[in-house]
Write a protein that binds this ligand. Structure first.
Ligand code: C2E
Ligand code: MG
Ligand code: MG
Ligand code: MG
Length: 287
């Protein structure tokens, strides 16, 4: 094939491949430094209870503040970190930072909330995962039930027996577990029954056209009723419009997360949001 394309093409493809390989390498090298040089930050996206309208938790989402390239999305580096194994160290930093932050909000007198942390497949597969979770809780003095781990179906299904074992250990410790991106993986319903989880998160691909797409409506309703029959709470992610929220509320979804409520925010703005909420509630109580 290369012969058919001619010399110029061969060089073109080779240099392109090299360039992207180099790019990946330098990204990875940069990411290694990022941890040490304090370039990683967490932002927190509120999760709201659909009945009360109150923020009851936040999801920690990582951002890389690169000195030259600005803020880099996790979509650009989590895969690379996963392939290289660097995700284990990064994931532990996320866990530690999120636990400390949640404890700091509590110490500041804000209403107690849950912080959710995304756990990658590689990190979850580590022997030391359960120990590291316990350590992060101990170090931060955060109560276990104030931490939730978000895992995906495909992560669990890689090694079902081991995964369920680990999930049980975490559950016994008091840590909550949630299935992220639900509906996009391939866990069987019988496996789902054995997961010690407290909630299902409907993937945002089913939410984006929820107002107009009858198939997405059917899927969302099916996930909500399945979740409720298994005694789980159901949360929808990526909720951007009032129509989507109204549909979810009318169909008994428990919680929502998305730009309609708030984008991910730095810790100080979460504190302000919780303060404003507490004031509003006190106002309601006084009347
Ligand atoms: P995810 O856990 O499913 O997180 C949801 C993503 O949707 C986040 O993107 C969030 O900012 C975005 N989002 C929230 N509300 C809306 C909305 O209304 N509309 C739209 N279009 N998007 C919304 P983000 O922060 O770029 O993170 C992307 C993915 O990267 C996450 O998906 C998660 O899989 C991964 N990730 C992020 N932080 C971490 C981390 O600390 N550790 C690991 N292992 N993965 C992470
Ligand atoms: Mg998530
Ligand atoms: Mg998700
Ligand atoms: Mg997602």
């Amino acid at each position: 094939r290369a012969k058919e394309m001619g010399n110029n093409n061969i060089q073109f493809y080779t240099s392109e491949m090299n360039a992207s390989g180099e790019e990946k390498l330098s990204l990875l090298e940069g990411l290694r430094n990022a941890l040490e040089q304090n370039q990683l930050r967490l932002v927190y996206q509120p999760k709201v209870d659909l009945r009360s309208g109150l923020v009851f938790g936040v999801e920690a989402l990582i951002r890389w503040h690169h000195p030259e390239h600005g803020v880099i999305s996790p979509l650009r580096f989590i895969g690379l970190a996963e392939d290289s194994g660097l995700i284990v160290e990064i994931g532990e930093w996320v866990l530690q930072t999120a636990c400390r932050q949640n404890r700091a909000w509590q110490v500041a007198g804000l209403a107690p909330i849950t912080v959710s942390v995304n756990v990658s497949p590689r990190q979850f597969a580590e022997k030391r995962l359960v120990g590291r979770v316990a350590q992060a809780l101990r170090e931060s003095s955060l109560a276990p039930h104030a931490l939730e781990l978000e895992v995906t179906e495909s992560l669990i299904m890689r090694d079902l027996t081991q995964s369920v074992g680990k999930m049980r250990e975490l559950e016994e410790m008091g840590v909550r577990l949630s299935i992220d991106d639900f509906g996009t993986g391939y866990s069987s319903l019988s496996a789902l029954k054995s997961f010690p989880i407290s909630s299902l998160k409907i993937d945002m691909s089913f939410i984006s056209e929820l107002a107009e797409n009858a198939d997405d409506q059917a899927i969302a309703m099916a996930i909500i009723s399945l979740g409720h029959k298994l005694n789980l709470r159901v949360i929808a992610e990526g909720v951007e419009t009032e129509q989507q929220r109204d549909f979810l509320r009318a169909n008994d979804c428990d919680e929502i997360q998305g730009f309609l409520v708030s984008p991910p925010l730095p810790p100080g703005q979460i504190a302000q949001m919780l303060e404003a909420q507490a004031k509003a509630q006190a106002g309601v109580a006084a009347h």
